[in-house]
Design a protein around this ligand. Sequence first.
Ligand code: PLP
Length: 482
Amino acid sequence: MEERVIFEKGRQGRKTNYIKKLSFPLREPKDLIPQQFLRENLNLSCLGELEVIRHYTNLARRNFSVDANFYPLGSCTMKYNPKINEDLANLEGFLNLHPYQEQNCIQGALEVIRGLEGILCEITGMKRFSFQASSGAQGELVGMLMIKKYHQIKRKKKTRVIIPDSSHGTNPATASMCGYKTLVVESTKGGLIDLNKLSKLVDDETAAIMLTNPNTLGLFEENILKISEIIHRKGGFLYYDGANFNPLLGKTSPSLMGFDVIHLNLHKTFSTPHGCGGPGAGAVGVRDELIDFLPLPLVDYDNNKLYLNYRGKHSIGKVRSFYGNFTVLLKAYIYLLRLGREGLLRAACNCVINANYIREKLKNHYEVVFPKCMHEVVFSCVKQKAKGAGSYDIAKRLIDYGIHPPTMYFPLIVKEALMAEPTETESKQTLDYFIQVMIDIDREISHTPELVKSAPHTMPVKRVDEVRAARFPDLRWKKNGG
Ligand SMILES: *Cc1c(COP(=O)(O)O)cnc(C)c1O
């Protein structure tokens, strides 16, 4: 198939001419648009409708997506997003809502927000949630800004935030953006926080620790209650990065573990589509003492009517317009109502079983670093690297088999890491296919490492200079190839 950009496909003067001659005079653009905004000679591509349709349909078929491919991208929870969420979010009453509408006639929408908050409080043990943040990272920012303001009001000198070396990159970034110095606490050989090292790092200036549990190695921090005690004793907070909450659903809760502030990625665990910078929602939940600091408004009852409550003594203010990405909240709410308590528990169990199934079947072919796992499994491809192709090459070769690469070189503390998160929505057949492909690729590396080293072979673009592409993005089309 031809690999040309749409600008190269056009022919001067070609167009789709379906509109019959108008019976009224056409006004020229220059009569309608102020002079300074007028542009001429746009050099737009001229194509027929069919050519446009083919161009974009063929491009769209090139996409890897959860709807088309197994997508075990660790720490991203690329699970199936039920289509009924979309159908219901497209109901007339939701579709045509306007954020400036009278509160009287958006009682249903407010109930969605309030209802979602109620369920999330039940699942996590938190007391209230704000849905303003548009992403997990922004949720972290909200959480840490609240912690910062709390310490300021209490006139406590707090300068440092502790972060494990296995943490997601957004954690130290958030702490730095809030003006904190980050201290990294090392993991033990078993992949958990080293309590002795932690105790040495904690002092009166510790503002908080940011943690994920299960952590990014897919392991459950068994000493979480001790960690909680060490931090709380010095007046610090426990921040919970709940971006990937699947394995905890209905099993246990961050509040039982001692966490004070959490964020959940509704666009991961709660099945709203994500990726490519689409709309998300970082739901931020808090215990009693931080409710007053949440972004506003919250949805509250007054005489059996819901209203937008803008009172919050110490609110950190707004972090985005209106109430957050409303349809994301709606889809998460639909998901929760459909599954119910029992369904959520099954989701939690299945995501853990699926990861462990992969782990067991591959452990004789790829090195597994830790003795067990929760919802995701980390392989270390050091053996394969020694034979001539490492985790990067394996990830690229998976593309040829129609599988999206797992997360590569993360967590940072595992050499040649490949981290697979199958999620609960995959069938045994799909997992078996992935396992077989991984075994086949290992065999390919033994016999013809260069085959894996030069993958992918089936894609229009082979290997790109990813660092250059990220550092110097240039998306403009240039004549004569560019
Ligand atoms: C995805 C993720 C985040 C960031 O969430 P975004 O919505 O991408 O900003 C933070 N922490 C962990 C552990 C994650 O997996």
